[in-house]
Every structure is written in structure tokens, then in C-alpha cells.
Write a protein that binds this ligand. Structure first.
Ligand code: GLN
Length: 375
């Protein structure tokens, strides 16, 4: 019998495959198409000839752990211990999977805020625990009253994604205060804070769980070098957790991955000496603004985008089709691939909204926008 009877192939795989079949411009799955910084790829090429090809320590390459400590200190003024509070992972998806598998027991309840990224629910189900999926408001702000009502004595974890994929929203100071007040009432609940787009925010600066004293002792915070350095295919990320949670997470990690790709870790570690992560927000803000300008004469209505490299658009004034059919037709008839937002909801809520990835070179954005303006 299937352990995940209701889970099919991820929408990102489905749409990317269809985009390739129809030779469409792929703005569906989130990944950049521009060249990676040569300082990083040069590291990789040089290191290939050095002695960096064997297992590294289970938690990660020691100098990399030290540099992550420095990065978290610089970005969020939080002091973490490199040996005990950081785990380098094979991407954020593995970090999420491992955290849930290690910390969630049978019949526990896990609060997931919809629309939600598709890799949250499956590990909860595999633990034979219960995903409790609560919709965000129509503008993708959290409704803390509704969220609080969903808490029960069985609640073991809440997953928060900030900046938010697919909505492109960021949490505010007031949101964090509401979350902290709520969690004070539930001292055993763990916060899984997925912050893979932490360096991609625009007008508002990112508020991280790292910078919240009331949360750090119960938070597992997830970061992604794939997102921050335009290397999604390298599959390297990390998580930070207090020791009592980390000890459990490592028990699973050692048998699932053992240790992450050595050469990638060393190359990233050296790159951290020279890269300025704080330039990423400006870089993507220009992309966002350019893409929005290109689409201003289209019939799509563009929702606000405060962070991430995703733009949500409503096609309600173009078609009454459901969003999956609309996305398929967009590929077949107009040659542009997007992601239907209903795939981020437990109840497949169709609001006639789709997601475009704007992490693309300007030529790709121009070509895509030309086609979208004809829809
Ligand atoms: N994070 C990427 C997105 O949101 C997809 C990653 C994946 O395909 N699992 O599009």
C-alpha cells in the first residue's frame, strides 16, 4: 500500500517537464538561469585537483561551520556555536525532511500555513502525524486568530516560511509578536522557520527567527546556499538549531546523508570570504521591477512582491479556467510556463493566481513578457 496515497509528482517537476516538451520559456520552477559568480566556479575548478574528495565531518566542513557562524552573527547579531548548533544539509528540502522526521512523532499535529511549499506535508504524513493546514488571508498575511484556533494539545510544530514562497510576502514585527505570544502558551511547540529567501527582500528588510530571543531556543532555522548564491543544483544548505533539537536531527541526518558533498562545501566556504550576500536584495529588486514594468500593459494583475524571486499574478480578468488548466494552456498556446497556486493548498483552492519566477536574465524576461502581453 502506498505510504503517500494522495501525493503525486511535484508540480515543479510536472511544469518544468511540460515547458521542455513544448519548448516554452520556463518561469515555473524556481531557479536562476544566469551565470554563477566565477569566483565560486573558479574555486570549484581549482579544488577538483586538490585533496577534497573524501568524507567531511557529519555536521559539515569545519571552516564552513565557522563561516556560517560569522554570517549569522553579521546578518542577525546572533551568536551560535559552530560545533553544536549548525548542520550542513543537502539542500533545504533535506533539512526540512530530516528535521520533521527527527522531531515529529505519530499523531503529533503540525501547523502548515497555506499556500505552502510542497515539501512540508509529505514528511509529516510519513511520520504518521497530522498536517493541519490553515489558509493565510487573501493577501497572504497570516491570520493569527485562525492559526491560534488550530493549535491543540497535540500541536508539536508550526512551519513558517519567510520570505514566503509562492506569495512573495514577508512577516512583520507585529507578526513575530503575535507568533511569540502564541508560542508562549505552547512551550513544547517547535518552530520550523524556512528562511531560504532570507537575503532576497526588497523595501522591507528580513526579520529572521535568528534575531528573536523568545524563539531561538525552540527554532530550527533553514537556509539555502542554492538560493543565496544562484546554485540551486548544488543542493547545499544548512540548518541552525539549539542543541537539544540538533542532537535529534543529527541522529537522522547521519543515516540519511551522513555528510554533504565535500567539494561543494569547500568551494562555498572559500566563497563566503569574498561574497556580499547583502547585495542580493538589490539585484533581485531590479529583476522584480523590470519584470513588473514589462508586464504593465498585460492583462495580468500583479500582486505585491516583497521578497523571494517569485511574482504572483491574477489572470481573473483573462479567463475563468482553473489555474492548472490555465497554466497548461499558457505553455501550449503562449509558450510560457508558470506554477498554479492551487497546488500550494491542501484544499486545492483556486483563486485564479499563478506564480512566475523572475530569477532570469533580462532577455528571457523580455521574451516571456512579450508572450504574456499577448495573452
Ligand atoms: N523551490 C523551487 C520552487 O519553488 C522548487 C524546488 C523543487 O522543485 N523542489 O519553484
Amino acid at each position: 500500500m502506498s505510504k503517500l496515497p494522495h501525493v503525486g509528482t511535484s508540480i515543479f517537476t510536472v511544469m518544468s517537464k511540460m515547458a521542455a516538451e513544448y519548448n516554452a520559456i520556463n518561469l515555473s520552477q524556481g531557479f536562476p538561469n544566469f551565470r554563477v559568480d566565477e569566483r565560486l566556479t573558479d574555486n570549484l575548478a581549482r579544488l577538483a585537483k586538490e585533496n577534497v574528495h573524501q568524507y567531511l565531518p557529519m555536521s559539515g566542513y569545519t571552516p564552513l561551520l565557522t563561516k556560517i557562524t560569522a554570517l549569522v552573527l553579521k546578518s542577525y547579531n546572533r551568536i551560535i556555536l559552530p560545533e553544536t548548533e549548525i548542520l550542513v544539509t543537502a539542500g533545504a528540502t533535506q533539512a526540512i525532511f530530516t528535521t520533521i522526521t527527527a522531531l515529529i512523532n505519530i499523531d503529533d499535529e503540525v501547523i502548515i500555513l497555506d499556500p505552502s511549499f510542497d515539501c512540508y506535508e509529505a514528511p509529516v504524513l510519513l511520520c504518521r502525524a497530522k498536517p493541519v493546514r490553515i489558509n493565510l488571508n487573501n493577501d497572504y498575511t497570516p491570520n493569527w486568530e485562525r492559526i491560534e484556533k488550530a493549535f491543540s494539545p497535540k500541536t508539536k510544530m508550526i512551519i513558517v516560511n519567510n520570505p514566503h514562497n509562492p506569495a512573495g510576502k514577508t512577516l512583520t514585527e507585529a507578526d513575530f509578536e503575535a507568533l511569540e505570544t502564541l508560542l508562549q502558551k505552547y512551550p513544547d511547540v517547535i518552530l520550523l522557520s524556512d528562511e531560504v529567501y532570507e537575503y532576497i527582500t526588497f523595501e522591507q528588510s528580513h526579520i529572521s527567527a535568528h534575531s528573536r530571543e523568545k524563539l531561538t531556543n525552540r527554532a530550527v532555522v533553514i537556509s539555502s546556499f542554492g538560493k543565496s548564491f544562484h546554485i540551486t543544483g548544488w543542493k547545499v544548505g544548512y540548518l541552525v538549531a539549539p542543541v537539544h533539537l540538533m542532537n535529534e536531527v543529527k541522529k537522522v541526518h547521519q543515516f540519511m546523508v551522513f555528510s554533504v558533498n565535500s567539494i561543494a562545501q569547500v568551494a562555498i566556504s572559500e566563497y563566503l570570504d569574498v561574497v556580499a550576500v547583502d547585495e542580493l536584495g538589490t539585484f533581485y529588486q531590479e529583476k522584480r521591477d523590470y519584470f513588473r514594468t514589462l508586464l504593465q500593459n498585460s492583462r495580468f494583475e500583479l500582486l505585491p512582491c516583497e521578497g523571494t524571486y517569485f511574482q504572483v499574478a491574477s489572470y481573473a480578468s483573462i479567463s475563468a479556467e482553473n489555474d492548472v488548466d490555465f497554466c497548461k494552456r499558457l505553455i501550449v498556446e503562449h509558450g510560457v510556463a508558470a506554477i498554479p497556486l492551487s497546488s500550494f493548498y491542501g484544499d486545492a483552492k483556486d483563486e485564479k493566481r499563478i506564480r512566475f519566477c523572475f530569477a532570469k536574465d533580462n532577455k528571457t524576461l523580455e521574451d516571456a513578457a512579450k508572450r504574456l502581453c499577448g495573452v
